[in-house]
Design a protein around this ligand. Structure first.
Ligand code: PGA
Length: 250
């Protein structure tokens, strides 16, 4: 049995005050969630604040991105070691917004994946197709290519220390969710692909679904065999909806 994981991706949202209230709200209700792992990924600058507020709790935290280099002349970047310095357990890698808005390539994403795993941080590797790719029946090819780029550089063993998030780009922030069966089909495709490399790693791997997950659709999604939780954007920004999703995963 794979443990369910619900991770909040706050993106570029919040302030010191909002962070405090959101975390307090989550802590107020999370005690009832005993059978799911829960994490939040705030903007970098709020990581120390979140770390302090969550340190005595069951909730983990992570970064939304990272630099594969350890140190040096990389203005504006944050290394894996810096994230670990503040207790991060996870780091989101290759989110579709990073791919689209910051031109992150499969190659760079693979480098980040390797650097995170080597340092002992768990990457949440995001993959997903655009609407036109789905409509052109290209979904599986796109996903396979995104995963293969990482597999080629990292090797299957590193996937034992990672999480994958399937996030169809057309479902992110749009209110359009993939149907549980559409999501399940892609999750199974991913697991089958990795199964060919190493059955044990593939069976243990947590594969999250992301894209307009809400408290009222979470249960049906998480009930599918290969959906092991969610990566939550908009609905992770209020304690009630995030807790609703965590409860659905419980
Ligand atoms: P959403 O975002 O839940 O707002 O669709 C998910 C994500 O981008 O990780």
């Amino acid at each position: 049995m794979r443990q369910t994981l619900v991770a909040g991706n706050w993106k570029l949202n919040g302030s010191k005050e909002v962070t405090k209230q959101l975390i307090e709200g989550i802590l107020g209700g999370i005690g009832n969630v005993k059978n799911a792992e829960v994490a939040v990924c705030p903007p970098y600058i709020y990581v120390p604040q979140v770390a302090e507020l969550l340190q005595a709790s069951q909730v983990a935290w992570g970064g939304q991105n990272m630099c594969p280099q350890e140190s040096g002349a990389y203005t504006g970047e944050i290394s894996v070691q810096m994230l670990q310095d503040f207790g991060c357990k996870y780091v989101i890698i290759g989110h579709s917004e990073r791919r689209a808005l910051y031109a992150e390539s499969d190659q760079e994403i693979a480098e980040k994946f390797v650097a995170a795993v080597d340092a002992g941080l768990i990457p949440i590797l995001c993959v997903g197709e655009l609407l036109e790719q789905r409509e052109a029946d290209e979904t599986e090819n796109v996903i396979a290519q995104q995963i293969k780029a990482v597999l080629d550089m990292a090797g299957i063993e590193k996937f034992a220390h990672s999480v994958i998030a399937y996030e169809p780009v057309w479902a992110i922030g749009t209110g359009k969710t993939a149907s549980p069966q559409q999501a399940q089909d892609v999750h199974k495709f991913i697991r089958d692909m990795l199964q060919k490399e190493n059955a044990e790693v593939a069976q243990k791997l947590q594969i999250l679904y992301g894209g307009s997950v809400k408290p009222d659709n979470a249960k049906e999604l998480f009930a599918k065999e290969d959906i092991d939780g969610g990566l939550i954007g908009g609905a992770s920004l209020t304690a009630d909806s995030f807790l609703g999703i965590c409860t659905a995963a419980n």
